[in-house]
Design a protein around this ligand. Sequence first.
Ligand code: ADP
Ligand code: MG
Length: 717
Amino acid sequence: MPRTRQQNVTAAQWSANGAALGALDLTSPDNQVFGANVFSAAVQRSRLPKHVYKALQRTLARGEALDTTLADSVAQAMKEWAMEKGATHYTHWFQPLTGSTAEKHDSFYGPVGDGTAIAEFSGKELIQGEPDASSFPTGGIRATFEARGYTAWDPTSPAFILENPNGALLCIPTAFTSWTGEALDHKIPLLRSMDALSRAAIRALDLIGIEGASRVFTTIGCEQEYFLIDEQYFFERPDLVTTGRTLFGAKPPKGHELDDHYFGSIPERILAYMLEVELELAKLGVPIKTRHNEVAPNQYEVAPIFENSNVGSDHQQLTMQVMENTARRYGLICLLHEKPFAGVNGSGKHNNWSMGTDSGLNLLDPGDTPAENLQFLFFCAAVIAAVNKHQALLRASIASAGQDFRLGANEAPPAIISIFLGAELEKVFTAIAGGKTVASKPGSFLGLGTPVLPPMPLHGGDRNRTSPFAFTGNKFEFRALGSSSSPAFPNTVLNTIVAEAIDELSDKLTAALKKQGATLEKAVTSVVKEVWTSNKQIVFDGDGYSEAWHKEAAKRGLANLKTTPEALPWLTNKQTVAAFKKYKVLSKRELESREEVFTEQYVINVNIEAETAASIARTMLLPASVRYLAELRASGLEDLVGEVEPLVKELHFAILELEDANLDVNHPEDAHKEAAYMRDTVTTAMNDVRDVADRLERIVADDLWPLPKYSEMLFIK
Ligand code: ADP
Ligand code: MG
């Protein structure tokens, strides 16, 4: 087929001149690789002096600061270990506000006078780095003339080795801060929020009389959805290459309505790919557990076993990176965009979240004794209160240009944040609020042996796939995250607002316990009752995709922030600033910088899409349509000319409109106004171009159409 971009396919090919990474025999059962490339606790124990190892473990367990005089010793052991694994370079691996990860590689080797070089890596180099990072977004925190930003070692996330066919790289997870100590990344606030939640939860556990815990960790396990398409098609499509999504493409005749793909058997090439991804991730200590087909054709999902939020978040970034890199070895491209194909299900990231103590308790596990139930009811009520109060902020924490195509598109959670508890759990809260007990159904409830407390459901009730925030047995699942996003920021928000709610409930509990005749049971019940009564409007167990819910949610006064420009201002809303300040997670300035950066990213994103769309339409689709028109004219078939000619004119007109809309001079100066302009004017103009182009795609001769079609990309595996 004479497609115009086939050279791209050739140009994008490469092959390693060293050994391929997949060379390991994946079929051999004794290739035990889990954690092989991680500077794990086990490696540390065998390589560090005893007192250093102990001090380091204390840091991890208690979240205390590490004695920096030990750093030289850690650096030495880390370097030796890494070099034995073939590493020649190291990098401070960090997560700037772009949402992806960043690296600057430094060689271990430094020249010595005699013309040779020796490997060196000091404690100072381990602890602190100064990347030339002046072009990372900071939202005004750091002007370029004072562009110093520092990376600081995070000993709570283990260092690891990234392999390349020609060498290996030691990656040291780090935080990224300005020289004034302000967070320029996603890791610092996440760590701060985990601390905040831990303090609040420990205080609450104390009040409830649960002993043995000295620290509470928030935990996450992210189910990641993604598409795989053959790289041939990818490199023939400038829109996919530049923006990660198709800006054109008529809906395929056979759509995702056909369920045969979902949970069907996994095609062999795809499974081979998944196995290698999982092997690579296993080496990095990422505990992948499940894999399956997803709803849309060529869409899949992978999920790990949960870990603490910081490590889980780092591992989630690694997962995305490994998925993208490995795909190329199978002639595939992994698409992480939220909505790569219009009219086809998009991709999300289900963020399973809970709180666990260092003594092994899951605070959101209903448990099977009355005491555990009290604890569960208390913490569950705190989550309900937090989500209700900060629903708009949660929505803002997951906002991006890509998400605007997905949320509320009748296939993903709506932009309205609500909580699904399941019928049984909802009954429990309703009963408490009404001062009643619930009849126990044998087998489905855990008997508590006390009339005051209602029996707890053993399982969180039915599944509800349409809820953005669902209780699923012993954790909440925040389902509204975009597939390409870092989980760090949404989890920072979640931890902070729940810390605040736990403290508010603890205050109430303290007061209730002081009342005459108070028992713990009565006091907790009264707090839970109060919280439920004033927050139950956030709880909804019906169909979140339905029109009826949109109306009902409006009646309940729930926020419905449909687009990113509407949502982002909540990052600096008064109650957001108050909560983040109180828990020292982000200062007002740090919040403002995030709002600025995310707004700017939204504008840049739409701008690039608009330019790409205009260019593809003008230089690929319009010429193809004109050629086809010329052929029809030459054939003398006037009816056909009459069918195509108006569309060609319409396309030309729409392109002119888009080009004009996206001219710099037409963009408003003010950032918020510009974001709204991009959404209302530029995106609309882009959709108009697409609309007519997609109609042309259906009638222009196939051998003239320059872009691979949905039917090819989605159904050839
Ligand atoms: P589901 O079908 O409910 O989505 P899974 O058992 O497949 O159930 O779990 C999905 C994800 O939830 C997994 O990544 C898992 O690790 C994670 N998960 C389970 N328990 C917890 C927890 N306590 N905290 C955070 N994540 C959890
Ligand atoms: Mg799930």
